[in-house]
Design a protein around this ligand. Structure first.
Ligand code: GN1
Ligand code: MG
Length: 367
């Protein structure tokens, strides 16, 4: 449970014209602490989001916020130029503090920020229809497109080497070797599987180092639950969770959508027989993504689209496994073995993608 007095104190730091009535802890996400708060504003109930940034994960919260302000302002400006309607539902809006800063630092040194709550939208943990997959991919593709012309300087790397699959692999090896919590014995098949996949980890990194794949501004956490869909129309309104928006590779954004939208299961499904990459979902993802990014994506990027889902599922899988072996310090867990369960579903997905990769390639080539 949250501390009501603390939240009241936090709420007073921001430029919100009203009194806080109540707040709820939001359970989505493994990293930050998020509250939905309802205010009385001139007799009308208005909602805001208050969020505490996880300092252990984001070591320099002020840089996170500087990126976030630049990115959201740029997108808002673009939407205004196009005379788009509903701008505060199409890009998240940061509510500044009373002294005009994007975040408030409390007595414990924690960083808090506030957003306008987007009404009339919903998020899902698992995709329900192929058209939702299309919407998600179009939204994340559009997000990349909206940032193609972000003026210099380069954005901060809020988590250095975030999708560096080679470094993630080395971290797993180290965790296996140290085995501080004596858990390696309980993850034998998973460790063995991971070690056998080493050849995957350098494919995209090498192509980037050789200049074959460009650096772009990417979202880097394109989980399906980070897309807000309009309740009435089902259309994607905006993408959220912008803390990892930084210089990166477009393919990791696409890949993480394959990871989180093609299987009918949740990330921590226990019945592994249900975990699979479904072609109809993949087709809609590829279509939606290319409809939004076709104008700027290079041939080399397009060619690696089918592979990217396998690589990112593997990389997130080894991150879960590493965290399991290291005592669950990074991802929030809700039961014993939670991170191991998550790793298992990722590896199952890697296998399912591998079996269908040729068909996926053929489909993308035909688009
Ligand atoms: C974390 O907190 P959430 O669910 O948005 C993680 C992602 C992982 C994801 C796995 C900053 O995201 O990289 O893919 O969990 N975010 C960070 O579900 O590490
Ligand atoms: Mg996230």
């Amino acid at each position: 449970m949250y501390n009501e007095d603390q939240l009241r104190h936090i709420s007073r730091q921001f430029q919100i014209y009203g009194e806080i009535r109540h707040a709820e802890l939001c359970k989505i996400g493994h990293i930050n602490e998020t509250y939905t708060a309802t205010y009385d504003q001139g007799g009308v109930a208005v909602r805001y989001v208050h969020q505490k940034i996880n300092k252990g994960v984001f070591r320099r919260p002020s840089q996170v916020m500087r990126n976030l302000m630049r990115v959201t302002r740029h997108i808002r400006h673009g939407l205004e130029q196009e005379r788009a309607e509903d701008v505060t539902r199409r890009v998240i809006t940061v509510v500044p503090t009373r002294n005009d800063k994007p975040y408030y630092r409390d007595r414990n040194g924690d960083y808090w920020r506030t957003f306008v709550f987007v009404e009339g939208v919903e998020t899902f943990e698992a995709v329900e229809t192929p058209s939702q997959a299309y919407q998600a991919a179009f939204a994340f593709g559009q997000f990349q497109r909206q940032l193609v012309d972000l003026p210099e300087p380069r954005l901060h790397e809020t988590i250095p080497d975030f999708h560096n699959s080679r470094k993630r692999f080395e971290a797993l090896l180290k965790a296996v070797e140290k085995d501080h919590f004596n858990r390696a014995a309980s993850a034998g098949p998973e460790i063995e599987f991971a070690l056998k996949q080493e050849k995957l980890v350098d494919v995209i990194l090498k192509a980037m180092a050789a200049g074959k794949i460009p650096e772009r501004i990417t979202h880097n956490d394109t989980k399906f639950n980070n897309v807000m869909l309009d309740v009435k129309t089902g259309r994607a309104m905006c993408v959220v969770d912008l803390d990892t928006v930084m210089p990166g590779c477009a393919l990791f954004d696409f890949g993480d959508m394959v990871r989180t939208t093609t299987s009918p299961t949740l990330e921590d499904e226990l019945d592994l027989s249900k975990v699979q990459m479904r072609m109809p979902m993949f087709r809609q993802l590829a279509k939606g993504y290319l409809d939004a990014t076709g104008s700027f994506l290079t041939k080399a990027e397009r060619n690696l689209i089918p592979f990217s889902g396998k690589l990112i599922s593997f990389t997130i899988g080894i991150r879960f496994l590493t965290d399991y072996l290291s005592g669950d310090t990074y991802f929030r867990v809700h039961r014993p073995h939670h991170n191991l369960d998550r790793a298992r579903t990722q590896f199952k997905l890697v296998e399912s993608i591998a079996r269908q990769e040729d068909a996926m390639k053929k489909f993308v080539e035909g688009l």
